[in-house]
Write a protein that binds this ligand. Structure first.
Ligand code: AMP
Ligand code: MG
Length: 423
């Protein structure tokens, strides 16, 4: 961490710092100041590299393509021999993809060539088959061909020694295909991030037990599992921890020893916060915020030992929204991803009327869909209560309503953040 990075305590003394009404962007910015990629590199084979983050540039050991080759089925010719009128050339032989023509090509001669076939050094232009007339050993070619046309140059995609993929890149299916195309069997990737998580709450019961009055099943551990799984981290599910200072202390101490990141749900809202606050400030340095957003107001961030700590709210929808808005991109930075793109935000017409009070950012759950004429629009998923997980299950996007926004009437353009495939 650079010398200019303040401590968490210094941050909490800044003039524009109001923990009771913290704008979403400010909280994101504050967290970002404490993030740097985990140290530790390992080698991964082509398939295992999928979803991992490159720790070093991948340098191309070869030119791509390796040879000048034809982009078309046709004839490889010397442009100077084509002339202003028709030209008739003798066909000296044929070059196939993977089977070059090695014989001589005399004056007034050309070769037949297939797509991907190596273009002999003495030929400079490819004429598409459709623009020729072949009779026996000869081919007649009309005028109007450009020198160098339909010819893919060696090294045109990627020169030998050039950067094929930059460090910090999240490896996609295209990327593992690309390294395979270079003949590379292994790359250096950042080690996996270790994330420990647990749910807090006396009312929580794990699936498999029956519920007594007032108890509920713990669902947050499963949504967290799902979201973390998609990011490709190593995770440690520590179960449910009762609202008991001794048990919570042990859970935090254990988690900080084994994990790079600790995520909890529940227990950071007003009322419960005080005893957790004291406990966490004994174990580390943690800031508690009321974010000016809906859902998901309470949020804690800090360090416990070397581990980053994210204390998410307890409500099932709030957990997902805060994970999505604060934790996801932070984890990518810790994983070594660079630059970390937030999910794209698009403007589309909203077909529902939305209730919204100015004063905080809302993340309503939306369904982005296309009508028969090909127009995309968004509608809200029914009830928006922060305990209604079905609103997340039905949604494929967030409708982001900025702080100053009031009610929305149908037909208004709204910001939509697509979550399909990301949560
Ligand atoms: P809390 O932030 O601990 O006050 O929790 C807020 C609300 O979320 C309460 O109604 C809790 O019962 C509920 N809640 C907390 N943790 C979970 C969980 N792991 N699964 C489902 N609901 C939860
Ligand atoms: Mg609780």
């Amino acid at each position: 961490m650079s010398q200019t990075t303040p401590t968490l305590r210094e941050i909490s003394c800044a003039d524009d710092y109001d923990p009771n009404s913290m704008p979403v962007d400010q909280a994101r910015g504050l967290i970002a100041r404490f993030l740097s990629p985990v140290v530790g590199v390992e080698r991964a084979g082509v398939r295992d590299a999928l979803g991992r983050i490159l720790a070093e540039d991948v340098i191309s050991p070869v030119d791509v393509p390796a040879h000048d080759n034809s982009a078309m089925d046709g004839y490889a010719v010397r442009h100077a021999e084509l002339g202003a009128e028709e030209a008739t050339l003798r066909i000296a032989g044929t070059a196939y993809a993977g089977k070059p023509y090695a014989g001589p090509i005399g004056a007034g001669e050309c070769i037949r060539i297939m797509t991907g076939g190596v273009v002999p050094a003495s030929m400079d232009t490819i004429v598409m088959q459709e623009h020729t007339r072949a009779v026996g050993e000869h081919v007649t070619i009309g005028p109007g061909h450009r020198k160098g046309q339909n010819l893919r140059r060696a090294g045109e995609d990627l020169a030998r020694g050039g950067v094929a993929l930059p460090r910090g890149k999240l490896m996609t299916p295209a990327d593992i295909g690309l390294i395979a195309s270079l003949g590379i069997a292994e790359v250096s990737v950042h080690r996996k991030l270790r994330v420990a998580f647990f749910s807090t709450g006396d009312e929580l019961v794990s699936i498999g037990s029956t519920l007594a009055e007032g108890q509920i099943y713990d669902s947050n551990r499963y949504t967290l599992f799902g979201m973390l799984n998609r990011l490709g981290v190593d995770f440690i599910d520590m179960g449910v921890v009762r609202d008991d200072p001794g048990l919570l202390e042990k859970a935090f101490v254990d988690a900080a020893e084994i994990a790079d990141v600790i995520i909890t749900s529940g227990g950071v809202s007003v009322g419960e916060a005080d005893f957790i606050k004291d406990l966490l400030n004994q174990l580390g340095e943690v800031l508690f915020w009321k974010i000016a957003m809906k859902p998901g107001r309470p949020l804690a961030y800090g360090k416990i030992g070397k581990a980053h700590f994210f204390g998410l709210p307890g409500n099932p929808v709030s957990v997902m929204v805060t994970f999505y808005q604060f934790v996801r991109d932070a984890l990518y930075v810790l994983m070594g991803r660079d630059p970390v793109p937030s999910l794209p935000v698009l403007k589309v017409e909203c077909t529902s009327s939305l209730k919204k009070a100015p004063g905080r950012t809302e993340f309503q759950r939306g369904i982005l869909a296309c009508d028969a004429s090909g127009r995309w629009s968004v509608r809200v998923t029914g009830e928006q209560g922060s305990g209604i997980l079905r609103s997340m299950s039905e949604a494929n996007c967030f409708i982001i309503l900025p702080t100053d926004q009031g009610n929305v009437v149908p037909g208004t353009l709204v910001d939509v953040q697509v979550m399909e495939g990301a949560v």
